[in-house]
Ligand binder design. Structure first.
Ligand code: TRP
Length: 333
């Protein structure tokens, strides 16, 4: 059945509309054609949040709720928690030998994150090495396709480099190279018009936001600062309300009509915001209802089952890895 797919999120908060169009919808779709693993990457989240473990722990559960609420089906998708699969950590240790420091420091995604997080000269080794751990995630599950945004391409390149080195040095073909499956949707802007919606910037609409919070956020959206009176002609480009209508309104024709009217003048911000609010409430109400109908015990069950399935797959890979490296010491030798 299809290919082996691995995707993951760092549990450092709840998921928002950017995740919804960027990856969640895609996962709901992919689970019907492929063997899909969705990993809650708590170990990776700890690399830059090691001093706030409670936040990571509670976010692990938030993520699980979000996944089920949007329709990721645990009967089709294996949902699991990274830290609960020690095989990944084991493979990471072996992979550390196959990468040099200069290569890690050249990773553009890591470079950008280091700048953004103001680590200065005190970069935790665990953080610098997370691409190696991520390579181990991918290799452990023999994943063939990795649905990601562009920023993750260097991670997959790193993973493939390691796989080739591993197979070459240990004279095996037990590890497989993987390919990115690029998301077609561009990154969703934040409600403040900043480049991207993110938890840390506080400019995102979360899937679990209450209806009144959603409304408040919609009505505080950045529009066209020169569009003062409803009768003024307005700009649609860079206007967050229209970006969100493009992304979420089910009727594209109606969005085009609204744009034309707004450009001409005669359509007030409050009216368009009201329309967007309706669209988002319609989209998020069923997700909300599903989320709050989920029992905690069910979430635990889903995670336990997912972890068990993931362990089986990981164990299969590690038998091959240990055999290739000769780190299997049994009395039969
Ligand atoms: N780095 C990814 C992110 O920040 C999360 C991740 C961890 C991941 N391990 C992975 C993604 C393995 C794909 C495959 O979104």
């Amino acid at each position: 059945m299809g290919k082996i797919i691995l995707t993951a999120d760092r549990p450092s908060g709840r998921l928002h509309l950017g995740h919804y169009i960027g990856s969640l919808l895609n996962r709901v779709d992919l689970q019907n054609q492929h063997k899909q693993y969705v990993m809650i990457a708590d170990v990776q989240a700890l690399t830059d949040n090691f001093d706030t473990p409670d936040k990571i722990r509670s976010s692990v559960y938030e993520l699980a709720y979000d996944y089920l609420a949007v329709g990721i089906d645990p009967k089709k998708t294996t949902i699991f928690i990274q830290s609960q699969i020690p095989e990944i950590a084991e493979l990471t240790i072996y992979f550390l030998n196959l990468v040099n420091l200069g290569r890690l420091e050249r990773n553009p995604t890591v470079k950008a994150e280091i700048r953004q997080k103001n680590f200065g000269d005190v970069i935790p080794v665990g953080f610098l090495c997370y691409p190696i751990s991520q390579s181990a995630d991918i290799a452990t599950f023999q994943a063939e396709l990795i649905p990601v945004g562009e920023d993750q391409i260097p991670m997959i390149e790193q993973a493939n480099e390691i796989v080739r080195r591993f197979n070459g040095i240990y004279n095996t073909d037990c590890l497989k190279e993987s390919k990115p499956l690029l998301s077609k949707t561009p990154r969703l802007v934040g409600i403040d018009g900043q480049a991207k919606a993110s938890k840390s910037l506080g400019n995102a609409i979360f899937l679990s936001d209450e209806p009144n919070v959603i409304k408040e956020k919609v009505f505080s959206m950045f529009t066209d600062p020169d569009h003062i009176r409803a009768s003024d002609p307005g700009k649609v480009e860079g206007n967050v309300v229209f970006t969100y209508l493009d992304a979420f309104h089910p009727d594209k024709g109606e969005v085009e009509d609204l744009k034309a009217k707004y450009r001409r003048g005669g359509l007030g911000d409050t009216v368009v915001k009201g329309i967007l609010n309706d669209v988002l409430q319609n989209l998020l109400t069923p997700i909300h209802e599903k989320r709050f109908s989920l029992k905690r015990d069910h979430i635990f069950d889903v995670l336990r089952t997912g972890i068990n399935e993931a362990k089986l797959a990981a164990a299969r890979t590690m038998v091959q890895v240990r055999t290739a490296m000769g780190v299997n010491y049994s009395d039969k030798e």
